[in-house]
Design a protein around this ligand. Structure first.
Ligand code: FAD
Ligand code: DHB
Length: 389
């Protein structure tokens, strides 16, 4: 088999890149380890920057997001029992769209199917080869047979645990990492959200977040210790805990109900440099992870795709190498700024077991400064809505 760009991974970055390339007349094959239902069953991010929403439109996959997504003009921070609204629209002229990653993935898969794009699900032992030279290829196993796809380029869109980054270890790859001493316990429930905007809550018992997927489906998170077991968290225990962390009038307004999903995610910051090795590009979570505070993970995957798609389009349309040559540097500049923001927001909103009295006072001063300074709020807001591509 032969294609122009072999894409490993059918998450949001692989699907978005594949669709933009298809619409530009560039041939792709996506190789995905899991089944389609498994990919669609993963509940992850929920907040889209305008830049990402525009890219979904550009890929012809934005119609349902524009219809059903919830545009948000601001969000609340709560600390010391009080609410402080961050007016994103007044501060930046921009807003975000609340629309689940699951729906983004579904819309992109539907569009790929409608436009005849090829995705091979349940591809085992996917491996990139010879990307240092002019003739790279990818191998995979399916139904007991090994297949080979020759290509011009390989896009490693295979997430944090995929084979693409592993293939470049020892080839000049540098990694940077911080692991945080807590996780997020999250649930989804078929209940109306407590507020029409998100609430990020700093509380002595730990961080909490009130989010949503729609006007009838809520997403809530609480900071938890790393050794917590999800089985030890009944729905009642979860609802009691989140209500303790919210200001009293908000806690009273929470509608509780049975959870339809419950899981614990660890928090980590991670960057791999560079993001290009010859004809192999690392894209999205394959190259970087942010802690979820600030909702940047999915949006960063989209900005990587922006830079890589522009580079590949110019390569095929104009025989220009300049965009693909600039990919790693351009993507990493934005990645590091989103890493900084996510790290800052994580530090500002969570309780750290080792903060000590000085660290605690620093956090209180940061929040007090934020609530009284338009300059500080503008900095938060411009990062939250997404820095320009
Ligand atoms: P992924 O979505 O990870 O997609 C990678 C794809 O590659 C997957 O489909 C995977 O099955 C496939 N793959 C892996 N290995 C192979 C292989 N060997 N062969 C072939 N295919 C392979 N971000 C936020 O902004 N807000 C959040 O609330 C949030 N919550 C999250 C919760 C969890 C539990 C996780 C894991 C992530 C969360 N994120 C969140 C991050 C966000 O979901 C990711 O940044 C986003 O999914 C990145 O997209 P991606 O396409 O780069 O990677
Ligand atoms: C969600 C997750 C986040 O990390 C965040 O900052 C906002 C919303 C969510 O899953 O809804």
């Amino acid at each position: 088999m032969r294609t122009q760009v072999a894409i490993i991974g059918s998450g949001p970055s692989g699907l978005l890149l594949g669709q933009l390339l298809a619409d530009a007349g560039v041939d792709t094959i996506i190789l995905e380890r899991a089944t389609k239902d498994y990919v669609l069953g993963r509940i992850r991010a929920g907040v889209l920057e305008e830049g990402m929403a525009d890219m979904l439109d550009e890929a012809g996959a934005g119609a349902r997001m524009r219809r059903e997504g919830l545009p948000h003009d601001g969000f609340d921070l709560t600390f010391s029992g009080r609410h402080h609204r961050i007016d994103l629209h007044a501060l930046t002229g921009k807003r975000v769209v609340v629309y689940g990653q699951t729906e983004v993935t579904r819309d992109l898969m539907d569009r790929r199917e409608a436009t005849g794009g090829v995705t091979i699900y349940e591809a085992q032992n996917v491996q990139p080869h010879d990307f240092d030279g002019a003739s790279p290829y990818v191998t995979y196993d399916k139904d007991g047979v090994t297949h080979r796809i020759d290509c011009d380029f390989i896009a490693g869109c295979d997430g944090f645990h995929g084979p693409s980054r592993k293939a470049v270890e020892g080839k000049g790859l540098q990694t940077f990492e911080r692991v945080y001493p807590f996780g997020w316990l999250g649930i989804v429930a078929e209940v109306p959200p407590v507020s029409h905007e998100l609430i990020y809550c700093n509380h002595p018992r730990g961080f909490a977040l009130c989010s949503m997927r729609s006007n009838t489906r809520s997403r809530y998170y609480v900071q938890c210790a790393l050794d917590e077991k999800v089985e030890e968290w009944s729905d009642d225990r979860f609802w009691d805990e989140i209500r303790r962390r919210l200001p009293a009038e908000t806690a009273e307004a929470v509608t509780t109900g049975p959870s339809i999903e419950k899981s614990i995610a660890p928090l980590r910051s991670f960057v791999a440099e560079p993001m290009r090795f010859g004809r192999l590009f690392l894209v999205g979570d394959a190259a970087h992870i942010v802690p979820p505070t600030g909702a940047k993970g999915l949006n960063l995957a989209a900005s990587d795709v922006r830079y890589l798609f522009d580079g590949l389009r110019d390569y095929y349309a104009d025989k220009s190498d300049s965009g693909i040559n600039a990919y790693s540097e351009r993507a990493l500049r934005r990645v590091w700024k989103a890493e900084r923001f996510s790290w800052w927001m994580t530090n500002t909103m969570h309780r750290f077991p080792d903060a000590g009295p000085f660290g605690q006072r620093m956090q209180e001063a940061e929040l007090d400064y934020l609530s009284g300074s338009i300059a500080a709020q503008t900095s938060l807001a411009e990062n939250y809505v997404g820095l320009p591509y």
